[in-house]
Design a protein around this ligand. Structure first.
Ligand SMILES: *Cc1c(COP(=O)(O)O)cnc(C)c1O
Length: 393
């Protein structure tokens, strides 16, 4: 069970009148502490909304709200005025519906066989991605009288989900004349984070043509990065995900978003390693001089990727220890990692102290870069064992 699933009972007042809620094991007993700043999340949503004005700004909160917790994230954004949400599957839709009774919830992965009644039961809307799905949804709506709405996904270049533009043209007359209950037309950008890529202009143009056939039905194309491609990509509704959680939607340029996530780990113990001694599995990191090592209770079992490990050949990730950036030492193991704190004064760090793995200038994007992945994967891997703090809830 994701700890963030249920909003905790206790809401302790914090500084500046803001509230803080917690979830998961008690802070003192958890290897790591994940802090999600819900005010920064809301600020990011507003920022994206301003960028996309006059389009409506929805929120994509699939994969447990990009690892941040679908219930607290959904609650905060709904309170801020977000009216439309996107999740990946029915279970996520159900968890979101429990905290937002009236908002539109679209399920991006669409309709799995025989699941239409489950959509109706929670007023969730499938994002229909094939003619087979469309036929099944039609049959369900005709048989039950259900008019809860659905989106139609038109593929303009991803070759993943969505009916082809030709198929969209063929079914358009029927969808426009019969009371079909299609409430949104969507497509998805392939290379939005790379503005000069020719696929952007191609997809925008193709989607514009498809929209002409579906006049009167709102349309949505842009993900986070798509919002920064200009108004031609905005249509009626934008669908940011990653940028809400602080991932840079404009790689290579300054990040317009505020950081949302902080990850800290508890120091389990501090040890000395003699010159020439190795640290961790496979002995890939060797002390070049007598070293002091802080062992921290966070590992790849907590979603802290093993690819962030440090060896004699290549440095790994950094951590902030007592205000100073320190390098990791050796392989990250399942439940633990090691930090070379030799640069710090002798009594600067103690057992039980917190070190920072994300935050204080270490961004999700920077961590992803070291691990050879993207911020999305770092966030959605965030562990289930952390004590979680929701600031400004
Ligand atoms: C995940 C997803 C989004 C959000 O994308 P970000 O890049 O995280 O903003 C939007 N639309 C669809 C169809 C998606 O699958």
């Amino acid at each position: 069970m994701a700890q963030a699933d249920t909003l905790p009972e206790t809401a302790a007042p914090a500084e500046r009148g803001a509230t803080e809620t917690t979830a998961g094991p008690p802070a003192a007993q958890a290897g790591g502490i994940l802090t999600v700043d819900l005010a920064a999340l809301v600020e990011n949503w507003r920022r994206l909304g301003r960028q996309a004005t006059p389009a409506e700004c929805a929120a994509v909160i699939k994969a447990d709200g990009y690892g941040c917790g679908i219930a607290p994230v959904g609650t905060a954004l709904a309170r801020a005025g977000c009216k439309t949400f996107f999740v990946a599957d029915l279970d996520e839709a159900r968890r979101l519906r429990a905290v937002v009774p009236d908002h539109a919830i679209y399920v991006l992965n669409g309709l799995l066989p025989n699941t239409a009644p489950a959509f109706a039961a929670i007023k969730a809307r499938p994002v229909i991605g094939s003619l087979v799905e469309l036929a099944e949804w039609d049959a369900f709506c005709a048989g039950s009288g259900w008019q809860g709405g659905a989106a139609l996904h038109v593929d303009t270049g991803m070759n993943r989900l969505g009916i082809s533009p030709d198929e969209a043209a063929a079914v358009a007359p029927r969808i426009r004349t019969e009371n079909h209950g299609i409430t949104l037309l969507i497509s998805h950008l392939v290379c939005a984070q790379e503005p000069p890529h020719p696929l952007n202009a191609k997809q925008i143009a193709l989607f514009r043509e498809v929209r002409m056939l579906y006049r009167g039905i709102p349309a949505s194309l842009a993900n986070s990065s798509g919002i920064f491609l200009g108004s031609a990509a905005h249509c009626d509704l934008v669908r940011p995900g990653a940028a809400l959680y602080g991932v840079n939607p404009t790689p290579g340029r300054a990040n317009p978003m505020q950081p949302v996530v902080t990850l800290q780990g508890h120091v389990a113990l501090i040890r000395s390693v003699p010159k020439g001694g190795s640290v961790g599995y496979d002995a890939v990191w060797t002390a070049r001089h007598a070293s002091r090592i802080a062992v921290v209770a966070v590992g790849y079992g907590d979603g802290w990727p093993r690819a962030l490990s440090a060896s004699d050949q290549a440095p790994g990730a950094d951590a902030i220890v007592a205000g100073t950036r320190c390098p990791l030492a050796g392989r990250i193991s399942m439940d633990l990692l090691a930090i070379d704190i030799s640069a710090l004064p002798d009594k600067a760090v103690h057992r039980g102290d917190l070190v920072t793995l994300i935050g204080d200038g270490i961004t999700v994007d920077a961590v992803a870069n070291v691990a050879g992945t993207i911020g999305y994967e770092i966030l959605t891997s965030l562990g289930r064992r952390y004590h979680r703090v929701y600031r400004n809830a």
